[in-house]
Design a binder for this molecule. Structure first.
Ligand code: FRU
Length: 503
């Protein structure tokens, strides 16, 4: 065997070992009542960032950071799945496993592009000890399933003066026949995205600091993403922060224009992608309909994760179509495909609700539900109104989503949401007082996603209630709320009986 063949064999062996470990871990996963019904999850193990999102030969490929040896954060591999409809996922073999010295502590995040008909992954090789060293590598696949690492990896080994040892998560795209790559890094306590260019994906030339943050906003950036949307350029990134800095924004989007000549991104609008506490490292697909579709990791590094007891942690958010709003900011709407999972509808007559109306949701019970609630704020006098979900019959457990009319905020109370006290979280909604408020809510067992006003504000949460806590309630306090419409659907599971067993 040649040296190159030996290295390839080592990679294959590393993949097989990881697959065996995953199969072993999978044995208890389905016993967990917190397993999700209609979100993407790995077969087992710990997962974090979505990676390498590419729409290839009519299928959406989703790679992701996975630790296959336990449900704890550990040695990162690239998990892999694909979907024809963004709803149902077929698990595929692990695509990348660490097998080279320069990736001894993980094959970290990155992206995928099509180059000469081949699926090509760019990822970070991570060495953590004794000194942190992060390098950029390439792997290719003929069939979109089995990946071969480039024999001359790494293709980019050293960070520029404007960066630091945190130098990772290549996002690659093509513009006017030239490949560009944004890397997450930072310098002197300020996060940044570094821009490179290449004629062939193999030789990379440093261009400039594409964008940067400010002191106190995270010391480096992770997982930059970049795409064009309706004539604008968009940059996303996730600042790296420690648990004690959790008030710092951990994801953002900038809408503006990248000046390719200087490599500078000029931002016109700066906002959040997801305002909830359980969201990180979003990435996007560009699909064949020209849509930009975003998915994020629906969890966070420092969270208590009770699902570890069953051999898994972490999931992805629902896929969200990214749209440009009239005010120049972004909106993130659940993909319309999700409507196909609606099973049973409870439609309610348009009505005025007052504190003593009783629970208009009556006997709607469940843990996989979608709510679409439209309220006319002009005719509503209520100090607050909202939804109680996952309520236990004895009233001890509940998750409460409230619109606080006075403050113009959504308040999510997870202090009684089960085994984990998620605290109280608030975020402002931009709806001018006196207009329409749309609350589009997806409850999926241990997750809750809120889409406010057609995705102008989005927030994701995890919760761990008892399996029997299934009650729902629509409530109003002090005054009345005028409903324009109220729809509730039971949502069908996307997973078959042996969800994920192919992996
Ligand atoms: C972000 C991140 C990335 C890195 C990956 C490792 O969540 O820290 O920067 O590539 O996770 O799993």
């Amino acid at each position: 065997m040649s040296a190159v063949e030996q290295r390839e064999a080592l990679h294959r062996e590393s993949v097989s070992k990881a697959m065996e470990a995953l199969a072993e871990l999978r044995r208890n996963v389905d016993k967990d009542p917190h397993r999700l019904g209609f979100h993407f999850m790995a077969p087992a193990g710990w997962i974090n960032d979505p990676n390498g999102m590419i729409h290839f030969k009519g299928e959406y490929h989703l790679f992701y950071q996975v630790h296959p040896y336990s449900a704890d954060n550990g040695l990162k591999h690239w998990g892999h799945a694909k979907s024809k409809d963004l709803l149902h996922w077929e698990h595929l073999p692990i695509a990348l496993a660490p097998s080279e010295p320069f990736e001894a502590n993980g094959c970290f995040s990155g992206s995928a592009v099509e180059d000469n008909g081949k699926m090509t992954i760019l990822y970070t090789g991570n060495v953590a000890r004794p000194n942190k060293k992060q390098v950029q590598c390439i792997a290719t696949s003929e069939d979109g399933i089995t990946f071969v690492k480039y024999e001359q990896n790494p293709v980019l080994a050293d960070f520029p003066e404007e960066g630091s040892a945190d130098f990772r998560d290549p996002k690659v795209w093509k513009h006017d026949g030239v490949w560009y790559m944004a890397l997450g890094s930072g310098k002197d306590g300020v996060g940044n995205a570094l821009l490179y260019k290449s004629p062939n994906l193999l030789e990379w030339e440093y261009v400039a600091v594409m964008a940067q943050g400010e002191l106190g906003q995270g010391i480096f950036w992770n997982c930059p993403d970049f795409f064009e949307l309706e004539g604008k350029d968009v940059l996303l990134a996730s600042p790296g922060v420690t648990p004690s800095q959790r008030d710092i924004r951990t994801n953002f989007c900038r809408v503006g224009k990248l000046d390719y000549a200087s490599g500078t991104f000029y931002s016109e609008q700066d906002g959040g992608v997801d305002l909830g506490p359980d969201f990180y490292a979003p990435q996007t697909w560009l699909d064949d309909q020209g849509r930009i579709i975003l998915i994020g990791w629906m969890d966070m590094w420092w969270n208590p994760m009770p699902t570890k007891a069953f051999g898994w942690t972490g999931a992805m958010t629902l896929p969200r179509v990214v749209k440009l709003r009239e005010d120049g900011g972004l909106a993130f709407e659940p993909v319309p495909e999700l409507q196909e999972l609606r099973e049973e509808e409870a439609a309610f007559p348009v009505t005025t609700i007052v504190p003593d109306t009783g629970n208009v949701l009556g006997d709607v019970r469940g843990d996989c539900l979608e709510f679409d609630i439209r309220i006319d704020l002009r005719r509503s006098t209520a100090a607050s109104f909202g939804l109680k979900l996952r309520c236990s019959d004895d009233g001890l457990e509940k998750t409460v989503v409230t619109y606080d009319a006075e403050r113009g905020q959504i308040v999510v109370d997870r202090t009684k949401s089960g085994t984990v006290d998620g605290g109280i979280h608030r975020f402002p909604v931009k709806t001018p007082p006196g207009e329409l408020l749309r609350l589009h809510v997806f409850l999926d067992r241990s997750s809750l996603e809120l889409y406010v006003n057609d995705g102008s504000e989005v927030a994701s949460y995890r919760l761990y209630p008892d399996a029997g806590s299934l009650g729902t309630e629509l409530f109003v306090e002090e005054g009345q709320a005028e409903l324009i419409s109220l729809h509730v659907w039971r949502v069908r599971s996307i997973w078959g009986k042996d969800a994920g067993s192919e992996a």
